[in-house]
Ligand binder design. Structure first.
Ligand SMILES: *[C@@H]1O[C@H](CO)[C@@H](O)[C@H](O)[C@H]1NC(C)=O
Ligand SMILES: *[C@@H]1O[C@H](CO)[C@@H](O)[C@H](O)[C@H]1NC(C)=O
Ligand SMILES: *[C@@H]1O[C@H](CO)[C@@H](O)[C@H](O)[C@H]1NC(C)=O
Ligand SMILES: *[C@@H]1O[C@H](CO)[C@@H](O)[C@H](O)[C@H]1NC(C)=O
Ligand SMILES: *[C@@H]1O[C@H](CO)[C@@H](O)[C@H](O)[C@H]1NC(C)=O
Ligand SMILES: *[C@@H]1O[C@H](CO)[C@@H](O)[C@H](O)[C@H]1NC(C)=O
Ligand SMILES: *[C@@H]1O[C@H](CO)[C@@H](O)[C@H](O)[C@H]1NC(C)=O
Ligand SMILES: *[C@@H]1O[C@H](CO)[C@@H](O)[C@H](O)[C@H]1NC(C)=O
Ligand SMILES: CC(=O)N[C@H]1CO[C@H](CO)[C@@H](O)[C@@H]1O
Length: 481
């Protein structure tokens, strides 16, 4: 059984109202970039000479010979998804005469050290880690700086890749002059976060749209939990949810709940005020759209509630209208491409605890169970998570200790959307004069790095101005001769 735990990393609006004039966030024009590959070591920590090709895109047309390199650190998916959906980086590069680079994270997209065998056995998969990926980025940056007048570097990233961006500045201050870390849950690790905050925030996002909405989702969940003991309901559920394979076991019922939870969570994460296509194609304000489906349903109408929750989940899974049936076994990938890299990372270096507490979550009580997770990881990957890796290697800590741990860091911006569940493990307050943490009210996950849109909440627009000011500050520091 697969537990869906994701490192992928929400909006204020009047209940029940959204405009029909949905604008889209414009995509960056990928054809204006040049695609390239960079050969680097599969293992940076042995003298093993074997190399692999990592993919990157770059654009030098804005550069004026003295401008910086804006380096977007790839994350848990093919790099094109990040390039497509972070248009503000490109727009800022134009204003600041920067070279833009988007580099793919190893083991994602087409940057596979052992080709399509990369995930087939442990001796191939074992080179997938944040530190190896960061070394790839540092070597690529060193090569690029040599080519482009040893110019300064600002890293960018959002979500997991936002963590990488901040960590690049901390670990490679010799190569990276400043970092923008949008919606980066750098403290979302074992022992440093309350695991139940995540679904608390997801629930709050539905609550904010319509105070009666979470109760419907909660009730649908309870109905399915209760029906688990009654296989006579399974046929109806199979028909209603249009599942690709019939629901025949309690395990399938568990998957059905995970499928619903996944859709509700990712709509909250992607609750942009415009159409978007990051994880999956979505309409503007998907949370509002989902809650609207419960408007005319009585909460004690079992099949009515379940039908509405199915339709709500299908806003996430089937906005394209292309899905013939709902595959409860395989619904995680979306745009991010094939491979289970994120699962492997969650089972090794990035043990990210997420749970749910019925007192504040519409998904009921699902306490984080580390033992269960360890067993899952051993049976799936033959590995147990290294619980304190992020703490020891990158200084992940509790909110109250962050200021102390990062006291010597400079030039890092931690920007957050107030509605993003990942904020529970993020840095939301400034650490020192150049390590800034702030929250943009109404912002969803990585909203600031997306191309500016007329529907952006005011604080997201202001957040971009803060980031630009901080980058200019970092770039003013003179490199000694
Ligand atoms: C390289 O950068 C330095 C420092 O920013 C600048 O003074 C110099 O003019 C640049 N050289 C070229 C060839 O652009
Ligand atoms: C990125 O956008 C281009 C259009 O510019 C589209 O062809 C491509 O499929 C998109 N790629 C991904 C991975 O979303
Ligand atoms: C290059 O661009 C930067 C940022 O826009 C600007 O400060 C600088 O004066 C420009 N340099 C040249 C040589 O045009
Ligand atoms: C990898 O690709 C080759 C050629 O396309 C194919 O023959 C092989 O079966 C694939 N291997 C895996 C593990 O998918
Ligand atoms: C589920 O079953 C429990 C125990 O029988 C009951 O208290 C609860 O009301 C049921 N929930 C729903 C939504 O029917
Ligand atoms: C199946 O659904 C129908 C209505 O669609 C309902 O009348 C029937 O009682 C349901 N069967 C079970 C076992 O819940
Ligand atoms: C997806 O949407 C299309 C078009 O609205 C619909 O025909 C299809 O049944 C939907 N698929 C599922 C699984 O609900
Ligand atoms: C849920 O939170 C309450 C209040 O903080 C606490 O007493 C309870 O133990 C928690 N339940 C679980 C399952 O964690
Ligand atoms: C974890 C955290 O700092 N959350 C804050 C996020 O921002 C909102 C709005 O500014 C605050 O209310 C939260 O306390």
């Amino acid at each position: 059984m697969r537990l869906i735990i994701l490192l992928t990393f929400i909006c204020f609006f009047a209940a029940g109202k959204f405009t029909d004039e949905e604008s889209s966030s414009p995509l960056t024009d990928i054809s204006s970039y040049t695609q390239a590959t960079f050969s680097t070591y599969i293992d940076h920590y042995s003298a093993m000479p074997n190399q692999f090709s990592m993919k990157y895109y770059y654009k030098t047309t804005y550069w004026n010979e003295t401008g910086p390199i804006f380096f977007f650190c790839g994350g848990e998916g093919r790099i094109e998804v990040f390039l497509n959906s972070t248009g503000w980086v490109d727009a800022l590069a134009e204003q600041m005469n920067a070279i833009v680079v988007y580099a793919e994270h190893r083991y994602f997209g087409s940057s596979l050290p052992f080709g399509n065998k990369s995930y087939t056995k442990n001796s191939y998969t074992k080179y997938l880690s944040p530190h190896q990926a960061m070394a790839d980025f540092a070597y690529l940056l060193t090569s690029l700086r040599a080519q482009y007048n040893n110019t300064k570097v600002i890293t960018f990233g959002g979500g997991y890749s936002g963590m990488i961006s901040a960590w690049m500045r901390i670990k490679y201050a010799n190569v990276v002059d400043g970092a923008v870390a949008s919606s980066a849950p750098v403290n979302h690790f074992y022992g440093t976060v309350d695991p139940t905050e995540f679904y608390h925030i997801v629930t709050n996002d539905y609550q904010a749209v319509d105070p009666s909405c979470p109760a419907y989702i909660r009730t649908a969940y309870d109905y399915i939990t209760n029906m688990t003991d009654y296989p006579t309901t399974y046929f109806n559920l199979t028909m209603l949810f249009q599942t690709c394979y019939p629901i025949i076991t309690p395990g399938d019922m568990f998957k059905l709940k995970k499928w619903i939870q996944y859709a509700m969570t990712f709509m909250a994460i992607s609750n942009y005020p415009y159409k978007s296509n990051f994880y999956n194609p979505l309409p503007a304000y998907p949370v509002t759209q989902a809650c609207n489906l419960f408007n005319d349903v009585e909460i004690d109408d079992i099949w009515g509630v379940l039908k509405a929750v199915k339709d709500a989940a299908n806003i996430y899974f089937n906005f394209s209208g292309q899905i013939e049936c709902n595959d409860l076994n395989n619904f995680v990938q979306g745009n991010f491409g094939p491979g289970n890299g994120l699962d492997y990372l969650s089972c090794t270096y990035l043990n990210v605890p997420i749970g749910s507490n019925a007192t504040n979550s519409m998904f009921g009580n699902i306490p984080w169970d580390q033992t269960w997770w360890n067993n899952y990881c051993v049976s799936t990957w033959g590995r147990s998570p290294i619980l304190n890796y992020a703490t020891v290697y990158f200084g992940a800590t509790t909110d109250s200790q962050t200021k102390w741990y990062l006291r010597d860091a400079t030039n890092i911006i931690f920007s957050n959307g107030s509605l993003d569940p990942w904020i529970s493990g993020a840095i939301t307050k400034s650490i020192n004069p150049t390590v800034l943490g702030f929250v943009m009210a109404g912002g969803a996950h990585i909203a600031d790095l997306k191309a500016p849109n007329a529907n952006d909440p005011a604080e997201v627009t202001n957040g971009r101005a803060i980031i630009k000011g901080a980058i200019e500050y970092a770039l003013r520091e003179k490199i000694p001769e």
